[in-house]
Design a protein around this ligand. Structure first.
Ligand code: C5P
Length: 401
């Protein structure tokens, strides 16, 4: 399983905004992810960035003018609209948004948007006051009602020197939204997948916590993979250094008890629960209300109490998946947990093996099913592992309706 964008036909329309420079990065990221990118530059965009820039790394002709007889693609705009699996307009200026809302087709980009049957994603970029204007709000609302995905704008520093809502969403984040739109008809479409990730933190006092080495990468990869297969994806995240995955509903929690409460609420009646979080098995009986001072005593004894097992206690999900990080007896431990925790699949990994486990981008796992099927996978990216797990989940789901 490669990137969700590999070999996908993406038409990238760029309109005239100072944020056009970010479209260079977006196009580059799309190409690196394996997409076939056809760029359409509006006349305004050509004032900020050049066709040559995009042609250099998309290795494809760039459309600049609908009526340019020298352009190979200009007269083919309908072919481009037909070939597109998604049309992305980034940045989308207030003027282009207004044209699209009205259904005008006075240049290559608006014509393509009108002629395509593919999903359309807009990343608006504009001055904060223009964004707040009722005309803009109305136009965006109208486009969303027609099924257009509008991502952003974000809040922050604007070219005017002011701060406000109007910044184009960053290219890395847009990539996730594009993957989500492309995956909307995937095998998990119509289902909700709840994923937990990260290592919980159990406070000893307001500044100290008991935690573990989980980076959260495996759980985040599962959330992204579920999103890219069309699932409505909910991520319950214990503290990590990772940024929230785009197009995923993220709930941040701290402790095992908080995670348990969030899962009980969010996983009720859903199709799938994947518990990839490293949940504390024990937590301090008491949390000091103020920082515990370094005193005269040589030792500090902390009494711990067992946390409830979230996987075992949760009711509702049709398919439940557990993760086991082990340092010894991988298979027998995982088999035992599969039985006692009442889950459908258990993903076991030896966190001491090179390239596996904490902090790594790769993982070497064994997937054990209640059906007795044991899959030993070679070392692969956590995103690929996530898809292999979801392949098994997707097979189980039809029988659990
Ligand atoms: O027994 P162990 O902690 O190794 O089991 C790991 C699996 O159980 C993981 O899927 C983890 O998210 C889940 N777990 C849980 N509640 C706990 C501890 C672990 O759901 N209190």
């Amino acid at each position: 399983m490669k990137s969700p964008l590999s070999n996908r036909a993406v038409v990238l329309g760029i309109t005239g905004s100072i944020a056009s420079y970010k479209a260079v990065d977006l196009a580059s990221k799309l190409v690196q992810a394996g997409a076939q990118v056809d760029v359409i530059l509006s006349r305004g965009a050509s004032q900020f960035v050049t066709a040559l820039t995009f042609r250099s790394f998309t290795h494809r002709p760039v459309v600049t003018d609908l009526f340019d007889p020298d352009s190979e693609l200009a007269v083919e705009h309908v072919a481009l609209a037909q070939r597109a699996e998604i049309v992305v307009v980034a940045p989308a200026t207030v003027h282009t948004i207004a044209k699209l809302a009205l259904g005008l087709a006075d240049d290559a980009l608006t014509t393509t948007v009108l002629a395509t049957q593919a999903p359309v994603l807009l990343a608006p970029a504009m001055d904060g006051r223009m964004y707040e204007h009722p005309a803009t709000r109305e136009n965006l609302h109208k486009l969303e009602e027609r099924g257009v995905t509008v991502v952003g704008p974000a809040e922050g520093h604007l070219a005017s020197g002011l701060r406000g809502w109007g910044r184009m969403v960053e290219p890395g984040e847009l990539l996730g939204h594009i993957a989500a739109v492309l995956g909307h008809k995937g095998d998990l479409a119509g289902t909700t997948v709840v994923v937990t990730a990260g290592g919980t933190q159990e406070p000893l006092d307001p500044v100290r916590v008991l935690t573990n080495r989980s980076s959260g990468k495996m759980g985040y990869a599962v959330a992204e993979a579920a999103r890219d297969r069309g699932a409505r994806t909910v991520l319950v995240a214990a503290p990590t250094a990772l940024t929230d995955p785009p197009a995923v509903e993220v709930h941040h929690v701290g402790t095992a008890l908080e995670m348990g409460a969030a899962v009980a609420k969010l996983a009720r009646g859903v199709a799938v629960l994947v518990m990839a979080a490293a949940v504390a098995d024990y937590r301090p009986v008491e949390t000091a209300p103020r920082k515990v001072k370094r005193g005269k005593q040589e030792t500090w004894t902390v009494e711990l109490t067992r946390t409830p097992d979230i996987l075992m206690g949760v009711e509702g999900p049709r398919v439940k998946v557990g993760f086991a990080a082990e340092t010894e007896d991988l298979l027998s431990n995982a088999r035992e947990k599969l039985r006692t925790k009442g889950v459908d699949l258990f993903v076991a990994n030896d966190v001491t093996s090179p390239g596996s486990g904490f902090g790594s981008d790769t993982n070497e796992v064994i997937i054990l099913g209640r059906d007795g099927v044991v899959e030993k996978l070679p070392l692969m990216s956590k995103y690929e592992v996530a898809h292999r797990v979801l392949d098994r989940v997707a097979k189980l789901l039809p029988a659990r309706r």
